[in-house]
Ligand binder design. Structure first.
Ligand SMILES: NC(=O)c1ccc[n+]([C@@H]2O[C@H](COP(=O)([O-])OP(=O)(O)OC[C@H]3O[C@@H](n4cnc5c(N)ncnc54)[C@H](OP(=O)(O)O)[C@@H]3O)[C@@H](O)[C@H]2O)c1
Length: 357
């Protein structure tokens, strides 16, 4: 049977460590978890079974593997040290028989978007960023529709626009929006994206290195490696839609408490075909997963065992290809969720009423 492996790592250190080691997670203080995460080896978390393509009927199996580094640890350690542990996790995947390895969350953010890791391993590697980009754009468009926002007449901000997913979503959104604000930390990388967005048909594009510029946008898609809590309640325009693809999330939980006049959705979520059993609770309902994981499974369904989304400059051709393949095998945009809960349509009516008052 064709098989895959997918790497995850602790994002919310106490909560995520508790999922694997209930006692350790409860007793260890967060700074100790960050410290110990440097020395803990990669861990096989579970055997994933029951994934079945709706398009071909093919069944695949896989493994979830943890690289124990927390996000904070990965952002502060030298990239070479982080690579070493991810490559060790990749070797574990190889020994289990996996033919492709997906790099979840920061395991593809650090360094060169998976290129060094792909070069070091014998099996195929993908960051999963191409399908994440496609599905995040769908989620943003759906949320805007529900809020009756006409994208063609709107200001759309992409935060993290210079990154791998940020560049791709900016280009995918470009043909259908009024004005685009590209936000990031480095002007030079944003300037390169301006040209690509122009080429896709959006003439009105500005760049900003100040995240608070999102206060002028009706729609925000945020996809950064900030490490979390980048977007605070006072930054958002009344009635705004925000699609938060980042993990850890960019939008502070404070927004859910302080702003009942904006709609924040969790981006990048996908419904999986078949009766999948992940064997490990990584914080989503049983039939959902992240776009990056869905891309890895799609490639296994397809038997396409080659390095796919690697590097920071994704090809739009591949984004479109993986989107079509994933749809063929039965993956689809998950019902929208907000701050880890299924979005209740009545909430949207409440937000709209609040905005109209
Ligand atoms: N939901 C899902 O299914 C899913 C799947 C894959 C990835 N992700 C998440 O998506 C995010 C981005 O992934 P990626 O592969 O695109 O990463 P990436 O290529 O490293 O891009 C991240 C971008 O964020 C920018 N950035 C970092 N801190 C910032 C700040 N404080 N203000 C503004 N911009 C900032 C970076 O700018 P500089 O280059 O200037 O540093 C970079 O351009 C990560 O959080 C990752 O975990 C989610």
């Amino acid at each position: 049977m064709d098989s895959f492996a997918f790497i995850i790592h602790p994002i919310d250190p106490k909560r995520d460590v508790t999922r694997k080691y209930p006692v350790l997670g409860k007793i260890l203080p967060e700074p100790t978890i960050h410290f110990l995460s440097r020395f803990w080896p990669p861990v096989r978390l579970s055997h994933v079974t029951g994934a079945r393509s709706m398009g071909t009927g093919k069944e695949i199996e896989g493994w979830l593997i943890a690289v124990p580094y927390t996000t904070q640890r990965m952002l502060t350690l030298p990239a070479k040290e982080v690579y070493r542990k991810i490559i060790a996790a990749g070797r574990l995947a190889e020994s289990l028989g996996a033919k492709i390895l997906g790099l979840g969350a920061y395991t593809s953010v650090i360094g060169d978007g998976g290129r060094t890791i792909a070069n070091a391993l014998d099996i195929a590697v993908t960051s999963g960023d191409s399908y994440t980009a496609a599905i995040s754009v769908y989620a943003t468009q759906k949320a805007a529709r529900l809020m009756e926002i006409d994208l063609a007449q709107s200001v759309v901000a992409v935060v993290g626009a210079g990154g791998a997913i940020g560049q791709a979503v900016s280009q995918l959104l470009a043909p259908s929006i009024g004005r685009m604000i590209l936000i990031g930390r480095q002007r030079e990388s944003l300037e390169l994206v301006v040209d690509k967005v122009h080429a896709m048909g959006c003439a009105d594009v500005v760049i900003s290195e100040d995240v608070s510029t999102i206060s002028t946008a009706e729609v925000v898609l945020t996809v950064t490696s900030s490490g979390g809590n980048l977007i605070q309640p006072e930054m958002l325009r009344r009635g705004a839609v925000v699609c938060d693809v980042s993990r850890p999330r960019d939008v502070s939980w404070q927004v859910s408490r302080a702003r009942d006049d904006v709609l924040v959705i969790d981006g990048g979520l996908v419904r999986v075909p078949g009766k999948i059993h992940f064997g490990f609770d990584y914080g989503l309902p049983a039939d959902l997963t992240y776009g990056c994981f869905a891309e890895t499974m799609t490639l296994a369904f397809e038997g396409l065992f080659e390095d796919y989304s690697v590097g920071k400059d994704l090809s739009l051709e591949k984004v479109r290809q993986i989107d079509a393949l994933a749809t063929h095998h039965g993956f689809e945009l998950a019902a929208l969720r907000s701050f880890e809960k299924k979005l209740d349509e009545s909430l949207i009516e409440k937000i709209k009423a609040k905005v109209q008052r």
